[in-house]
Design a protein around this ligand. Structure first.
Ligand code: CFM
Length: 529
């Protein structure tokens, strides 16, 4: 495998060859040392990458799903437009709450604003949003040109906050700030900790949790909520899928933070632990076995006989409902292979669901994950500098004397720490099969070549690269927005995913496609701009 990969990479200029080699790992169970991978560094200019930008990570990913905030894009209209609804993060209003999810707010900067400054326009846009929607919160998100011309969005936010008596927070998340979306996650996490979380008070129940890093794509969060509530958990705040700023204010009151996507929200998990003493637990609600494991881990944290009993009863009930259907789809899926290339956590999460269906993952990669997402958090102290270090604040928080409290005794904590992923994440690489491939920031040239090499039955990726697979005659499923389908999480979601994968595998159309390289010569050097 290594020689075949080298052959693909040899087409690059020497410097690119050296760089890309560090981003590719062949899983080797016999390796004496844990395997390492280069990650969270900028893509070499000229390579056609699938990554997004820092603004997308802040505005589109972390802040966008909050239903009751005006998330105002300060920039040219394209930035707001292309982050408008395409991620399929859903939300449902309760009572007379404000639901702004369907709107796209933008200052629509023009050339004259770039020349003369856009601060006035930003202030006007805030005033207009206040007049029309009367929101309690406005988040301003900066795009590349705003950083380049130096608009002081924080000063405008402060002025508006005073004048309108509402919360106005600005985020300097210009697209170029970090490596892909991941820098934007960090900036948004910092802002929510500084300005929102911990600013409200309310009483919570016995089994209170926050659900972090779940975005309700295609309704995933609704399925997870259904299961958790059926068992008896109280969800204090959804951060952020289908969530509200109002609920986020009370998040410090919950006993435990439950983290689905580590990459996008681990900063909030860590900072809340320091500030309020709350532990966080890494879970995975994608996949049947992993959902069951996550529910059992959660019950272990609270260690209550009633909760154990409820957990087992719900698992049994749910399995009874889905097993006959899953078995039917499994017959179609069993023995197939999959290649997964998604943002910063799904290439890990979906391997578990594929395993439930008898599908083996032969390649998994991330667009912008950090080394800890690949290798586990134990490598964190060894990372001296990465793509975020230069531009993004590493917010230091202190214990809050009023709200700091610890749930577990020291002994209990030490014991549990070895059994469940408490305040820890062991990463993707160690769970992968011997001989499988792990590739960071897979690009279009490598996608084409590696699809030829591995010939997977299924390629799961995003909108930018799915057509590369289609044209190669390989069934491709989007794991970002789910191609109009979902939910895929939890028990019922697993059935929908199994159905979609079985349908895709059974579709004869993939076999009718002739890949372009079978009829056209490949022009040497055409893969690098
Ligand atoms: Fe987390 Fe996400 Fe992902 Fe992500 Fe994303 Fe997404 Fe994603 Mo697209 S927060 S890292 S920045 S799980 S939008 S809901 S699917 S790339 S793998």
């Amino acid at each position: 495998m290594k020689q075949k990969l080298d052959k693909i990479l040899e087409k690059y200029p020497a410097a690119v060859f050296k760089n890309r080699k560090q981003h590719i790992v062949v899983k080797d169970d016999s390796a004496e040392q844990p395997q390492t991978i280069a990650a969270n560094v900028r893509t070499i200019p000229g390579i056609i990458t699938n990554r997004g930008c820092c603004y997308a990570g802040c505005k589109g990913v972390v802040l966008g799903p909050l239903r009751d905030a005006v998330v105002l894009t300060h920039g040219p209209i394209g930035c707001g437009y292309y982050t408008w609804g395409t991620r399929r993060n859903k939300g449902r209003t309760k009572g007379d709450e404000l639901n702004l999810l369907a709107y796209c707010f933008s200052t629509d900067l023009q050339e004259s604003d770039i020349v003369f400054g856009g601060e006035k326009k930003l202030y006007q846009a805030i005033r207009e949003a206040v007049d029309i929607f009367k929101p309690k919160t406005i988040f301003i998100c900066a795009t590349c040109p705003v950083g380049l011309i130096g608009d002081d969005i924080h000063a405008v936010a402060l002025r508006a906050q005073k004048e309108f008596g509402i919360k106005v927070v600005a985020f300097s998340c210009e697209g170029y700030k970090g490596v892909s979306q991941s820098g934007g996650h960090h900036i948004a996490n910092n802002g929510l900790i500084k300005h929102i979380i911990g600013t409200g008070e309310k009483a919570v129940g016995k089994y209170s949790i926050n659900l972090l890093g779940e975005y309700n794509i295609g309704g995933d969060g609704w399925e997870i909520e259904r299961i958790l509530k059926k068992i008896g958990y109280e969800i204090v705040a959804l951060i952020p899928g289908n969530g509200t700023v109002e609920d986020l204010k009370y998040a410090h009151k919950a006993t435990l933070n439950v983290i689905q996507c580590h990459r996008s929200i681990n900063y909030i998990g860590d900072m809340m632990r320091t500030k309020y003493g709350q532990d966080w637990l890494k879970v995975n609600f994608i996949g049947i076995s992993s959902t069951i494991k996550s529910l059992r881990d959660l019950a272990r944290y609270f260690d209550d006989p009633d909760l154990y009993a409820r957990t087992e009863a719900v698992i049994a009930e749910e399995l009874e409902e889905i097993t006959p259907q899953i078995e039917e789809y499994r017959k179609i899926c069993k023995g197939k292979t999959a290649a997964l290339f998604v943002g910063g956590s799904r290439a890990y999460h979906y391997q578990h669901l594929f395993k439930d269906l008898g599908v083996e993952t032969v390649l998994a990669g991330y667009e912008f994950a950090h080394r800890d997402d690949y290798e586990g958090r134990e490598v964190l102290p060894t990372i001296k500098e990465d793509g975020d270090s230069k531009n993004i604040e590493n917010l230091e928080v202190e214990p809050d004397p009023k709200h700091y409290r610890i749930f577990l005794s020291k002994e209990k904590y030490e014991q549990l720490k070895n059994e469940i992923q408490l305040n820890d994440y062991t990463g993707m690489i160690r769970e992968m099969k011997n001989g499988s491939l792990v590739i960071d920031d897979l690009n279009h040239y490598e996608t084409e070549e590696i699809l030829k090499l591995l010939k997977p039955d299924i390629f799961c990726s995003g909108i930018k690269d799915k057509y590369v697979a289609h044209k190669a005659g390989i069934f491709s499923k989007q794991l970002h927005s789910y191609d109009y389908s979902g939910p895929y999480a939890g028990f019922r979601g697993a059935v929908i995913f199994a159905r979609d994968i079985a349908m895709g595998l059974k579709t004869p159309s993939w076999k009718l496609v002739t890949p372009p390289w079978k009829t056209q010569p490949i022009i040497e050097g055409s893969y690098v701009c």
